[in-house]
Design a protein around this ligand. Structure first.
Ligand SMILES: [Fe+2]
Ligand SMILES: [Fe+2]
Length: 275
């Protein structure tokens, strides 16, 4: 696990960067999420680190790398999102403001225990997406814009690298809170964060797709709707198993090892800092 600062230039990116436009717009919508939740998680981790004792030196060191990786993630997603706004979709700014306000409210009003559980929930869902991206999306990424592909693969690969840090922090500080050794507390926070973020990403995707469809013929609009419906049905099937894994009482992200494709990517030149 180490910090990388890839330089990726999105200034000429076409928002429809995959031949499967609906897939690209779904990914563009999802890119808004880390730009706000990852700064939130970084703030939560700073609060958590202050609670750790001298015995937790390894965990404190891992938190430092975790934070630095997440900072790089949200910085590049911010640059990516700025390009999407500038390239014909300024309307996503309103969704971004709402998400930021919602997360700020959670940060200001909820306990550290809840915020850590919320952070673990997001980190768990990131592994679900990482799994799907590395195992199922090769067909959509074939011929796609390499800068967009690199953003996502680099991000997901690093999510694998630091996959158990937030969970270990949660276990150390929160421990077995509530019923059944803390199972319900962890799972209800996971469901809360998943619902929150899924609702937000779906609303943004609907907006992006509506902008595209406004200039389509009825036939093209219908075809676009059918492609999106099929894509989402496939996503639900692909993500389902990985999601069920998170709901198991014995869930431990340390055991969610990178898929062979992710391991190969982690070992590739794409994960160097070269521009
Ligand atoms: Fe991240
Ligand atoms: Fe992460």
């Amino acid at each position: 696990m180490h910090v990388r600062c890839p330089r990726i230039d999105f200034s000429n990116l076409n928002p429809r960067w995959s031949w499967h436009h609906e897939f690209a717009q779904r990914a563009n919508a999802n890119s808004v999420i880390p730009a706000y939740i990852e700064p939130f998680i970084v703030k939560v981790m700073h609060q958590a680190k202050a609670k750790l004792g001298a015995d937790d030196r390894q965990l404190r060191d891992d938190i430092d790398i975790f934070i630095k990786q997440e900072v790089q993630h949200y910085k590049l997603h911010n640059a990516f999102n700025a390009r999407i706004r500038a390239a014909g979709y300024p309307g996503i700014a309103a969704f971004e403001d709402a998400l930021q306000a919602r997360l700020q409210r959670i940060f200001d009003t909820k306990s550290l225990a809840f915020k850590l559980a919320y952070a673990v929930g997001f980190e768990s869902s990131a592994l679900v997406f990482a799994h799907v991206w590395f195992t199922r999306y090769a067909e959509y990424l074939d011929g796609a814009d390499p800068d967009a592909v690199r953003l996502w693969k680099w991000h997901w690969a690093e999510e694998y690298e630091h996959r158990d840090v937030a969970f270990r922090v949660y276990k150390t500080i929160v421990g077995r809170r509530g019923l059944f050794g803390g199972y319900f507390y962890r799972v209800s926070a996971f469901l809360a964060v998943s619902l929150d973020l899924m609702k937000c990403a779906n609303a943004i995707a609907s907006h992006l797709l509506a902008v595209d469809r406004a200039t389509m013929t009825p036939e093209h609009r219908q075809a676009s709707e059918a492609r999106d419906k099929a894509f989402m049905a496939q996503f639900r099937r692909d993500a389902g198993q990985a999601l069920l894994n998170v709901l198991r009482p014995s869930y431990d992200p340390a055991t969610a090892t990178p898929t062979p494709q992710a391991a190969a990517y982690l070992a590739s030149n794409e994960m160097t800092d070269a521009p």
